[in-house]
Design a protein around this ligand. Structure first.
Ligand code: GTQ
Length: 359
């Protein structure tokens, strides 16, 4: 008998025992005492391979943008607190999740608008998709944001956003909201005023921490990176110079991870982020990993095959690959993909796994 890779039988390591009338009566009786027989649910709890509710999916920017601009007429950033359309995974409707452990959304800040200051125990990243020159303020420092910039808001830091440019600004938010939900560890606080005071010069943290150096007497006060903004021109330059060497990873093309310069770990304690370059016509070897991954297309055009389905992408599109799904990329032009996942979390817990199929 041929078993479907998703069948209960294939995914399980034992057979679920039959329910006899005598056993059924016993199960009913113990339920009243807050008890449940493991052997009836073992196969649901412990599977041979990750079994996810998360579906592969792609959100087209040309469909999303007009809907987001419509939200701009329905509600102000101030009233909304954050005017965001959540990218909700179709396999997990109403969950506020793009993957099982992560949240993503597209945030709109119109010219002249403010998104009021608050802080929370969740970590947040911004990846700039459209517009130029709006700012986010973190810990008293404003950073101006341009397309492709990777900006972080570490846990429990005050942050507010504003747009003093003359065009709408749209970025992707990535947060670890479901992780905090899972641990029941969510705290949040409004600042009480619209904006936090600006106490540091724009660009100060990048100067101090972003040149492969640290201030001589730097003392670590938190887990997250002291750099708030990893500007795209620098990331792009790095991969562009690597490109000249013409050494490609069969699964990833050229792929770099954003780091905390203090310890070389991810920029934030729970979220890993990456940028990769794929040359024209480079068909990647199949790859699977336990970190479900959210991709944002920065440059180029092509498609990806995720768990057997094809997703065609162009710049500013967002797509998601579930845990352990086989992924291949097929760029039709030289392409740049930004991505983020919970990899750093899993690595710290010793549960991260990956499998390359490039033999
Ligand atoms: O910008 O602070 O997409 O607090 C969700 C929650 C963005 C933010 C989100 C948030 C923010």
């Amino acid at each position: 008998r041929v078993l479907s890779p998703h069948s209960e039988k294939y995914m399980s390591i034992v057979d679920t025992p039959e329910v006899t009338p005598e056993r059924a009566r016993y199960y009913d009786r113990i339920r009243d005492h807050g008890l449940s027989p493991l052997w009836m649910v073992f196969n649901r709890l412990i599977t041979r391979e990750p079994k996810s509710q998360c579906h592969p999916h792609l959100w087209r920017y040309d469909i999303l943008k007009p809907l987001l601009m419509e939200a701009g007429e329905l509600i102000t950033a101030r009233e909304a607190e954050r005017r965001v359309l959540i990218l909700e995974n179709p396999g997990m409707p109403d969950s506020g999740r793009i993957t099982t452990s992560l949240y993503a959304g597209l945030q709109l800040v119109l010219p002249g608008e403010l998104a009021p200051a608050h802080r929370h125990s969740q970590s947040a990243l911004r990846f700039v998709v459209d517009g130029d020159g709006a700012y986010t303020a973190v810990n008293g420092e404003r950073t101006l944001m341009s397309p492709g910039d990777f900006v972080i808001t570490p846990p429990w830091t005050w942050h507010d956003h504003g747009n003093e440019s003359d065009a709408p600004m749209i970025w992707m938010d990535g947060l670890d909201i479901p992780v905090l939900q899972f641990f029941d560890a969510s705290f949040a606080e409004p600042y009480g005023e619209e904006e936090q005071p600006v106490t540091r010069k724009t660009g100060d943290s990048l100067a101090r921490y972003g040149a492969n150096m640290l201030p001589v007497d730097f003392e670590r006060t938190r887990l997250a990176s002291p750099i708030f903004n990893y500007p795209y021109d620098r990331s792009r330059e790095a991969i562009d110079r690597m490109r000249r060497q013409d050494e490609w990873d069969p699964c990833h093309g050229l792929k770099l991870r954003y780091i905390n310069p203090v310890d070389g770990d991810a920029a934030m304690p729970t979220i890993s982020a990456f940028i990769q370059l794929l040359p024209n016509g480079f068909n990647t070897a199949a790859y699977q990993s336990t970190d479900a991954t959210v991709f944002s297309v920065v440059e180029g055009r092509g498609y990806s095959i995720i768990a057997g389905d094809r997703f065609d992408w162009t710049p500013r599109d967002t797509f998601v690959a579930p845990s352990w799904a086989l992924v291949t990329h097929h760029p039709a032009e030289e392409s740049v993909l930004f991505s983020f996942s919970d990899r750093i979390c899993q690595q710290k817990l010793g549960i991260f796994r990956e499998q390359r199929h490039d033999a």
